[in-house]
Design a protein around this ligand. Structure first.
Ligand SMILES: N[C@@H](CCC(=O)N[C@@H](CS)C(=O)NCC(=O)O)C(=O)O
Length: 202
């Protein structure tokens, strides 16, 4: 498989999941700034949506959308328990988290990264994220990970997105449970490997 990624972008989530899975894959840099691969290929010819992440399967099929990609990877290695089994209530709880992270957190950050966003809108975007992160912090009471005791694909996604706060003035450090969670996820060997491969760690 190939994972098209850009350093520190939301593609870090499937990158972490691939490393947690132990499956062989090739990371392919597709910068969100240039929309070009290292060899100059126009990324829009690979993904017409222009964004990362994109997973290319061994049979050449391409799968986009982070929440779909991470579930696909998890389902290739059920023994790793990166996602609960299909048909269980727990699987819907995982999807509930992925949808929350993608629509309420990930896309809540987008205007803060967009240079075209009017400055007077940014405090509203930050306040909306502060409210959502405060709720996430409460959910982590008594839990090591979002789904309970064990790491799932939802944790790869939350870790990736919550890590953006420091770049755009969304301060999660007063949220003690979330801060401890971030440190716990960051310490996982697969997370360290993915971050190092993306140049986010020395
Ligand atoms: N709906 C997509 C959104 C992906 C997305 O927003 N990717 C950003 C990076 S975090 C990107 O590639 N932006 C560059 C662009 O849209 O051209 C998903 O959930 O995978």
């Amino acid at each position: 498989m190939k994972l098209y990624y850009s350093p520190g972008a939301c593609s870090l989530s499937p990158h972490i999941v691939l490393r947690e899975s132990g499956l062989p894959f090739q990371p392919v840099l597709a910068s969100t700034k240039t929309h070009k691969l290292a060899d100059g290929t126009d990324y829009y010819t690979i993904n017409a949506k222009g964004y990362v992440p994109l997973l290319e399967l061994d049979d050449g099929q391409r799968l986009s959308e982070g929440p779909a990609i991470v579930q696909y990877i998890a389902d290739q290695v059920p023994e790793k328990k990166l996602a609960p089994a299909w048909g269980t209530m727990e699987r819907y709880r995982l999807i509930e988290w992925l949808n929350f992270i993608t629509s309420e957190l990930h896309k809540g950050f987008s205007p803060l990264f967009n240079p075209a966003t009017p400055e007077d809108y940014k405090p509203l975007a930050r306040a909306a994220l502060d409210k959502r992160f405060a709720w996430v912090d409460q959910q982590l009471e008594g839990r090591d990970y979002l789904m309970g005791d064990s790491f799932t694909v939802a944790d790869a996604y939350l870790f990736t997105v919550a890590g953006w706060g420091r770049y755009v003035g969304v301060d999660i450090t007063p949220l003690k449970k979330l801060s401890a969670y971030m440190a716990r996820v960051a310490a996982r060997p697969a997370v360290q490997e993915a971050m190092r491969a993306e140049g986010l760690l020395k």
